[in-house]
Design a protein around this ligand. Structure first.
Ligand code: FAD
Ligand code: DLZ
Ligand code: SF4
Length: 515
C-alpha cells in the first residue's frame, strides 16, 4: 500500500488556508481529511441553517484545497460507509491511507479535545495537535494574565490586547486619550427606512443540495432551509465584512445596544459566523475597522466599540472557557432548575419581546448581542431556568455557536451561573430597560408600566422576585446595592404583591399554560 506522509484533519470550524494544521503541508505527499458526521450534527439539535452553513462551507473549502493541488478525502453525511464520528472517520482514513503522522489543529471544544487526546493510542501513530493561531491571546497568555488576579476584569485584559496588537494606539496610550467609549453606545434606536440592507448570498448548486439533505435528515431541528442566505465561501464572507465596514460601521456604536421590531440586524456586522468558521481573520477585520477610523470614515465610538468586541470580549471569553473547563459547563451558582418553556422553540408567547427575538432566531439562526443578553437571557435568569438547558439552547439555535464562545457567554455573562467570575453583576433587568431600549412593548399584550397583577409586564415582578429569591447570594454584591436598597424601602404589601405576581406567572409557566 502506498503511504501518505501526513494526514491533515481539518474540522468544520477550521476553514482557513492559514490554519496551523496546514503549515508546512505538501500537496505531493500529504492528504487532507474532512468529514461531515452525524455526531457533530446531532450532539445538540443544531438549527438547520447552522448545519447548512457548516456543511456547505466545508464542501466549498474542500474545493478550494483541491484547486490548490491537495488530495482531499471528503466524507459526506450520506456516504454509505460514514461511521458518524470524527474518531470513526479518522480510523477509516488511517486504515486506507496508512499515514506516517496525523496533524490537526486543536479544536474549539473541550469534548473534542478530550477525544483527540486518545487518538495517538487508538490510531497507533503520532498525532500532532497544533495550537490554533487564529487568536490574539494564546491559552498561556490568558492564564498568565488571569493568574493571581482577584477579579478578571475584561477591560484590563482588553487594554493588554490593544497594546499587543497596536490597534487604536499611539505608543503606549489609546488614540484620542480614552480606552473605552461604551458609555456613548447606549442609545435606543428607531426604525430607519434608509438603513442599508446587509448583503445576502443566493445558494449555488452545492448549497442547494445541502439544503435538501438537511431538511430531509433533520426535520425535528429548529428552522428551515428555505431562505438560507449566508456566505459559504471565504470570498463572499470577505464581501460581507467589506460591506459592514463601509455601510454599517459608522453607525455601529449608536445602535449597538438598541432593539427594533422589523430590523433584526440594525448596524451589527453579522460576521461572527464567518470569523468563527475560519473564513475571516479577526485581526484583519479589526485592522480594516481601524483604517476606516484613520481615514475619517467612521467615528471613534463606533470603531473602538467594534474592536473591543473582537479583541476584548471574544478573546477573553475563549480564555475563560479553556481555563475553567470542564467544570465550567456545570456551574449553577443560583441553583436554578426550571426547564426551558416550550416557547423557546416555537416563539409562541404573548410577551412581544420574547416572541420577536425567538421568531427571528427561528427564521435567521441569528439574534444580535442585546437580544441574546437582555431578552432571552434576561428572561431565563429572572425565571430561574436551568443554566445547562439554557446553554444547550443557545448552542443549538445560533449559527455562530461553538461551545468555546457560547458557553461562557451563557453560563457566565448571561446566567451568572459562575457566581461572578466573568461578570461583576447579573444582567438582570425589568421591563423598563426593555421599553427604553426597544420598541417591543408598543406591540405587547402586557403593559410595561404596570408593576403587578393581571396584564402587568412579567419582567417587572420577575425582576424583584429574582432579587428577593437570591438575596442570600446577591445582596452583598456592591453593584446591586441600589436595587436591594430600593427593595428594602418598599412597603411589605408592595413586596408581597411582587412576590405573588411572580409566583402566579411562574406557576403558569410550570403548568405549560400560555403566558
Ligand atoms: P457584532 O455586534 O457586529 O460584534 C462584532 C463581533 O464581535 C462579533 O462578530 C463577534 O465576533 C464579536 N463579539 C461581540 N460580542 C462578543 C461576545 N460577548 N463574545 C464573543 N464575541 C463577541 N457569539 C458567538 O460568536 N457565538 C455564540 O455562540 C455566542 N453566544 C452568545 C450567547 C449569549 C447569551 C450572549 C449574551 C452573547 C453570545 N455571543 C456569541 C456574543 C455576541 O452576541 C455575538 O458574537 C454577536 O451577536 C454576533 O453578531 P455580529 O457578528 O453581528 O456581532
Ligand atoms: C457544528 C458542526 C456540525 C454541525 N457539523 C460538523 C461536521 O459535520 N463536521 C465537522 O468537521 N464539524 C462540524 N461541526 C463543527 C464541529 O462541531 C466543531 O469543529 C467542533 O465542535 C470543535 O469546535
Ligand atoms: Fe416584553 Fe414586558 Fe415589553 Fe411585553 S411589556 S414587550 S413582556 S418588556
Amino acid at each position: 500500500m502506498s503511504r501518505c506522509r501526513n494526514l491533515i484533519f481539518i474540522l468544520g470550524d477550521q476553514l482557513s488556508l492559514e490554519i496551523s494544521s496546514l503549515e508546512g503541508a505538501d500537496p505531493a505527499n500529504d492528504v487532507v481529511l474532512m468529514c461531515e458526521v452525524a455526531e457533530e450534527t446531532t450532539y445538540v439539535r443544531h438549527h438547520r441553517k447552522k448545519i447548512i452553513l457548516i456543511l456547505s462551507a466545508m464542501r466549498h473549502f474542500a474545493e478550494e484545497l483541491s484547486a490548490k493541488g491537495f488530495e482531499v478525502r471528503y466524507i459526506r453525511l450520506d456516504d454509505d460507509e460514514n461511521t458518524g464520528s470524527f474518531t470513526g472517520e479518522l480510523k477509516r482514513a488511517v486504515g486506507s491511507l496508512n499515514p506516517e503522522h496525523i496533524v490537526v489543529t486543536e479544536p474549539g471544544e473541550w469534548r473534542v479535545l478530550h477525544a483527540m487526546q486518545n487518538w495517538e493510542e487508538q490510531m497507533g501513530r503520532s498525532v500532532d495537535i497544533r495550537t490554533d493561531r487564529r487568536f490574539i491571546a494564546s491559552h498561556e497568555d490568558f492564564r498568565q494574565w488571569a493568574e493571581g488576579r482577584k477579579q478578571m476584569t475584561m477591560e484590563f485584559f482588553y487594554r493588554e490586547m490593544r497594546r499587543k496588537t497596536g490597534l487604536l494606539m499611539e505608543g503606549d496610550q489609546p488614540v484620542s486619550g480614552r480606552w473605552n467609549y461604551d458609555s456613548e453606545n447606549r442609545a435606543p434606536a428607531k426604525t430607519d427606512l434608509f438603513r442599508p440592507r446587509h448583503p445576502t448570498f443566493a445558494p449555488d448548486e452545492t448549497t442547494r443540495s445541502v439544503m435538501e439533505l438537511v431538511d430531509a435528515r433533520f426535520p425535528d431541528h429548529m428552522g428551515k432551509a428555505k431562505g438560507f442566505s449566508f456566505a459559504v465561501t471565504r470570498k463572499d464572507a470577505e464581501k460581507a465584512a467589506d460591506a459592514f465596514i463601509v455601510e454599517f460601521l459608522p453607525r455601529f456604536g449608536e445602535t449597538q445596544d438598541a432593539m427594533v421590531r422589523d430590523d433584526p440586524n440594525l448596524n451589527h456586522s453579522l460576521i461572527s459566523f464567518y470569523i468563527n468558521i475560519g473564513f475571516l481573520d479577526p485581526l484583519a477585520v479589526c485592522q480594516a475597522a481601524e483604517r476606516a477610523y484613520l481615514q475619517g470614515d467612521a467615528p471613534i465610538n463606533a470603531v473602538e466599540g467594534f474592536i473591543r468586541q473582537i479583541i476584548g470580549w471574544r478573546e477573553y471569553i475563549r480564555g475563560v472557557y479553556w481555563m475553567f473547563m470542564p467544570d465550567y459547563a456545570r456551574k449553577n451558582f443560583l441553583d436554578a432548575s426550571r426547564p426551558l418553556p416550550d416557547f423557546y422553540w416555537s416563539g409562541k408567547t404573548d410577551m412581544a419581546c420574547m416572541a420577536t427575538v425567538i421568531r427571528e432566531t427561528i427564521d435567521n439562526a441569528y439574534a444580535h448581542h442585546i437580544q441574546r443578553l437582555m431578552i432571552t437571557g434576561n428572561f431565563a435568569l429572572l425565571a430561574g431556568l436551568d443554566p445547562h438547558a439554557v446553554h444547550e439552547w443557545y448552542l443549538e439555535v445560533y449559527a455562530d455557536a461553538y461551545e468555546w464562545v457560547e458557553l461562557p457567554n451563557v453560563i457566565g455573562m448571561s446566567q451568572f451561573a459562575d457566581g461572578g467570575l466573568l461578570g461583576s453583576k447579573p444582567y438582570a433587568a425589568s421591563g423598563a430597560y426593555i421599553s427604553r431600549m426597544s420598541d417591543y412593548c408598543e406591540n405587547c399584550r402586557y403593559d410595561v408600566h404596570r408593576k403587578t397583577g393581571e396584564g402587568a409586564c412579567p419582567f417587572n415582578a420577575l425582576y424583584w422576585d429574582f432579587l428577593d429569591r437570591n438575596a442570600e447570594k446577591l445582596s452583598g454584591n456592591r453593584r446591586l446595592a441600589q436595587p436591594y436598597a430600593t427593595w428594602r424601602r418598599m412597603s411589605d404589601t408592595k413586596r408581597e404583591d411582587y412576590r405573588q405576581s411572580a409566583r402566579l406567572f411562574l406557576q403558569k409557566l410550570d403548568k405549560g399554560e400560555p403566558v
